[in-house]
Design a protein. Structure first.
Length: 93
């Protein structure tokens, strides 16, 4: 199906609409995909719902608070290396 090609569908007695398979595949909308429905002057617009609620950096910046002396680059590198080794060891056992 080419973009912009018109297809038709029918509204059921329950208000359900079947989206053509070609559209679902192109949009990667699998069974259970949540959609946002918007009523626009041109018609109805369907968009995939965001996985996470919109968040502004200032809404979560306080969650990142750290009390203590700042870590050095060397300490951060050592922690990352230790975690990589731990995960690799776990994967082998």
């Amino acid at each position: 199906m080419a973009a912009g090609e018109r297809l038709t569908t029918t509204v059921s007695t329950k208000g359900q609409v079947i989206l053509p398979k070609a559209i679902r595949q192109r949009r990667n909308w699998a069974t259970g995909t949540r959609l946002v429905v918007e009523d626009t002057p041109e018609g109805v617009l369907l968009k995939a719902a965001p996985v996470f609620a919109p968040t502004r950096p200032e809404d979560v910046a306080g969650m990142l608070a750290y009390r203590g002396r700042p870590k050095t680059i060397e300490e951060m590198d050592a922690a990352i290396t230790a975690e990589v080794r731990r995960r690799r060891a776990r994967g082998r056992s």
